[in-house]
Design a protein around this ligand. Sequence first.
Ligand code: NAD
Ligand code: SER
Length: 340
Amino acid sequence: MSRHSSILITGASGEIGHSLIDRLAAASSKPIVTLDLNPLVPDLARKVKQQFTGDIREAELLERIVATHEVDQVYHLAALLSTRSEFSPALAHKVNVEGTLNLLEFAQRQGESHGRPVLFFFPSSIAAYGIPTLAAKIAAGKISEDAFNFPTTMYGANKLYCEHLGRYYAQHYKQLAAETLSGKIDFRCIRFPGLISAVTVPSGGTSDYAPEMIHAAAQNQPYACFVRPDARIPFLAMPDAVEAIWKLVNCPKGQLSRSVYNVGAFAPSAGEVEAVVRKAFPSAVITYDLDAKRQTIVDSWPADVDDTAASRDWGHAPQYGFEAAFGDYLIPQIRKRYSR
Ligand code: NAD
Ligand code: SER
């Protein structure tokens, strides 16, 4: 039986998966195979060759995938996000770290078997940073990839470690073996800021207050924001997140100076997000009901990121700044979505 050269997307039913499937199905001729605990919505299911429903920790499921597909690209999106992980840290470690290790082993075996490196895209997060005080955060401004790598959350620690695991597999795997086994994985990673999509509503994250505020206003629902109006972290509109993935994975390897890249676009405070949402939806009911513990997590994340390396190496250039993200993307599309 012939196996097809395919793309595997884990966590495909989630927010990034939605937009990534659209993009890859339109731009790549390779068949897409997905793996998620939850089935894809029918519109997306039509765009993929085969979907597997189950847990990334099940070895048998990964065996079933290689029985019919020769996987040469892995987009490993499946994870528990930051807030959820903080309630169940041991489970988060199992899914976020052991699950990633399974996928790296899977990719390594695929690379060894078909003799060319398997592209492995991993979405890390600004949660990989941990800035000790709010004063230090304000003083630091835009921070570069190698500063403040002291996450305070389980999720952030999981992400930072998986960045290192990916680099280990790509460059140093089994370095004492007689035969060179590294280089079978081409590991590429983006540390995303909070993502905002017009198509999906997030759950389980700490940056969710911004997308929740706008989706609630568009549905005429009151929203109580769980961080202070002055809370500030970077955000990126979902089309720019998917474009960044596309650009990074298609960049010639020789142009990449690192395996992990920051990407930024705009970095409004919660109060500035509230102001644009109120302008678009004047009857919006937005209040603040501070969750001091979640605020502490946001305070440990950067106010903004330095993405010079991504711009220089592979041309990261987001289409949507703050005004355009809301005025040209989020507000019109979200209005349309909820007026149906
Ligand atoms: P999401 O929660 O919307 O999607 C995650 C998907 O993973 C879900 O469909 C879920 O069912 C699946 N999943 C979880 N555990 C699984 C398991 N054990 N086996 C199989 N599937 C499992 O998240 P998202 O926003 O689409 O994020 C995707 C990736 O990007 C994650 O790794 C996340 O950490 C990362 N990321 C997201 C953001 C953001 O703001 N959304 C920012 C930085 C990084
Ligand atoms: N947006 C994500 C979260 O808050 C960060 O990776 O969990």
